[in-house]
Design a protein around this ligand. Sequence first.
Ligand code: NAD
Length: 492
Amino acid sequence: MSIKILPEVEQFLAKEIHGGFVGGKEIFAHDGGTFETIDPGNGKILAKVASLQSSDVDQAIKVATEAFEEAQWARLPANERGVHLHRLADAIEARKDVIAQIESLDCGKIFAQAQDDVQNFVDTLRYFCGLAQNLSLETVIPASGHEASVVRHPWGPCAFIIPWNFPFLLCGWGVSPAMAAGNTCIVKPAEDTPLSTIYVAHLAKEVGIPDGVLNVIPGLGETAGAALSKHPDICRMSFTGSPEVGRLVASSCGANLVPVKLELGGKGAAVVFDDVDISDAAEKLVNAITFHTGQVCCDATRWLVQEPIYDEFVNECVGRLKDIRIGYQMEDETQMGPVVSETQHKRVLNYLEKGVSEGAEVVLEGGVADTGRNGNYVKPALLSGSLDNIAAREEIFGPVAYLAPFKDEAEGIRLANNTPYGLANSVWSGDLGRCRRVAAQFEAGNGWINSHNVVVHGVPYGGIKQSGMGGGVVSIETLLDYYRGISVIRPL
Ligand code: NAD
């Protein structure tokens, strides 16, 4: 059954052009430029959005700098800033379904998952408010012959560039610690999915967050995104997206010596041992690869299975994947929605084709899924064979897993680590000692045991190698990144 679109959502979408939001006001591109955002589940235009240009981005950074210098935001005690941010969290929670519908329509994520993403933003905001309130802004350091301390201050205007797969949740992961520490923010959402980020900027104004603290600048990557990353007046950059664009952003920031945090792609492995509960592991990995239609950076896309259970495990997975209900993201019974865009649709199909042309065996045929709608639907697919295959090496970002057998623990670990990426791997076994041992040997930011896609507030989540740099998100380290420290020393 179709989920009924809420009147507030209809009203929001009916707007002729969605502007950016800067200094508490809507702004439009100085040249009048716009781009369209499409509902990936039916191919229809959802909204027209201002396509901000370089001079508009300059203006946003000026406003965020002035707000930092002149508004009281940075100087408020953390608990008073927390009052504002808790109001924002409450307002988001109260409009959870409105924002989740906007998110679901804009990025093709099934509604229930969009609801979880909205709640995650709320939880992130509350988590960082609590941490900031309890963090002493001065740490005394015992040093021989000296009186010494580190004093912390917020940096100033911080920039965020967000991808299309978790637009709202990732906006929350970015701006929550920055705002809780007293910084101002300029957020560039992805051109495919800008709407929920624009919505939250309006909501921030409504609950009384001072103008200029949370600014949103929709636009294309190569214009608005590039202008933001090249700007010398941003104090920090946090980029989440592909390694290719991450390199460009990092080099622009490097030219200005602006600190940059990169959260990039992945090619995670699940290492499944022969003493595992096969049915449980198969169910969880099938859920992982179909979660948000496989468009998840930390997903397990290489399934390494110990030889004695390889056939049985594969059969369990094939059976479950065949039963996945593919459909429109706003239908109650849908388990897997469309991919975000035509570009992404082609990308997934191309990888399947290239994988097979390089010799991969088709275990479960993917391809276009017929749902009777004009959307970007694909079927889940399983390939197997040499791990040198392109489909086993590169990030596909769709519901496609690549299977390979392994003999023993050492080989399982070696194969898992044999990738230029380093975001998240998982180990599956009935022997917890082995699980802990293997997880600790992964060359990745995250090692999960008998589960996949597990992100917990308080535990750092980040990537190494081509999956990122700069410390990650959702933990105390992230909050500390949003303060600059001064070491104050007096010889005694
Ligand atoms: P992308 O790199 O194409 O785009 C990300 C953002 O960068 C968008 O807002 C885009 O407009 C902007 N951009 C594009 N060109 C730019 C330029 N020249 N200068 C500045 N900004 C520019 O990535 P995507 O396709 O939107 O997202 C998918 C990628 O994101 C995947 O690789 C995925 O693994 C990764 N990702 C990583 C994490 C993580 O936490 N590690 C989370 C989500 C997604």
